[in-house]
Design a protein around this ligand. Structure first.
Ligand SMILES: Nc1ncnc2c1ncn2[C@@H]1O[C@H](COP(=O)(O)OP(=O)(O)OP(=O)(O)O)[C@@H](O)[C@H]1O
Ligand SMILES: [Mg+2]
Length: 263
């Protein structure tokens, strides 16, 4: 489905009264938390025979097909250089496929113009391995920044900030600067920033890559909690141990080709 004819619009602000409280117990009967992360019907993410070739000729993905259902939690594993980050970049429109089609929330990415790419990105929270926090801004300011950029009102920003920081266990660090936090805490700020706008999709690229085992488990538990609230979560990781400990579906990318390992 193309959205090129959609008029430019501000994203609807989903309800956020108690968005992080009740877990989803019945997917057929949306809870308040599920409505906070609104999901259209059908497959959330779809790749059909997607090939990605970078400008220097490097073929990062070859005929990759993948369907991720809404509400799913999927691990993407594979060795360094296999194409995991490239896959995520295609999903949020940072890179374009050379062949095949990427569809996210019903939007065929090859059809999107710049305003629609911005609209797509408001539906996707992104967590980077290196956090990408603004060092001169506090934790609260780093998280609020996303909402300011989307023209949320001050009142709405205020309403969202504390529950989001509580979700990642950082309510007491709101006034700290990133340099005053541990790596695990910085990664949790980046998760808070990714979800404060209540996107239906969360992409996490090696979110535990720089963390020790305890912090890695803590981060994965937060991602699982978000998933239980209705967010579709894709996590790339090298960490086979972390993957083995979980029950989530797993795909592996090897030399640009995708294999389903589990689920
Ligand atoms: N901007 C780019 N220009 C050219 N080639 C690139 C670019 N980005 C990535 N590549 C190449 O594409 C391939 C896949 O890279 P990608 O970053 O997706 O791998 P990865 O699985 O995420 O690796 P890692 O686990 O080390 O993060 C690699 O061969 C890489 O060198
Ligand atoms: Mg990578």
């Amino acid at each position: 489905m193309s959205v090129t004819s959609d008029p430019p619009q501000r994203p609807p602000i989903p309800p956020f009264g108690q968005p992080f409280v009740p877990p989803v117990t019945d997917s057929a009967a949306p809870s308040r938390s599920a409505t906070a992360f609104q999901q259209p019907a059908g497959a959330c993410i779809q790749l059909e025979r997607v090939t990605k070739i970078y400008d220097n000729g490097c073929r990062a993905l070859l005929e990759v097909s993948l369907q991720v259902k809404r509400g799913e939690f999927l691990f993407v594993t594979g060795p360094s250089g296999s194409g995991k980050s490239t896959l995520l970049k295609l999903l949020y429109g940072e890179e374009q496929a050379a062949a095949g089609e990427v569809t996210v929330n019903g939007m065929a990415l090859s059809q999107l113009k710049r305003p629609q790419i911005a609209k797509l990105r408001r539906q996707i929270g992104i967590v980077f391995q290196d956090y990408k926090l603004i060092p001169s801004r506090t934790v609260a300011e780093n998280v609020a920044f996303v909402l300011q950029a989307q023209s949320f009102t001050r009142k709405e920003i205020h309403r969202r900030l504390l529950p989001t920081l509580k979700l990642v266990g950082l309510q007491d660090k709101a006034e700290c600067f990133p340099g005053e936090l541990s790596g695990g805490e910085q990664q949790r700020v980046s998760i808070a920033r990714a979800v404060v706008g209540t996107p239906p999709i969360l992409l996490a690229d090696e979110p535990t890559g720089n963390l020790d085992p305890d912090n890695s488990i803590q981060v994965i538990k937060i991602l699982q909690r978000l998933n239980a609230m209705g967010i579709t979560v894709l996590v790339t990781t090298h960490d086979e141990h972390l993957v083995r400990q979980s029950h989530h579906p797993v795909v592996q990318i090897r030399d640009g080709r995708l294999l389903r390992v589990r689920g």
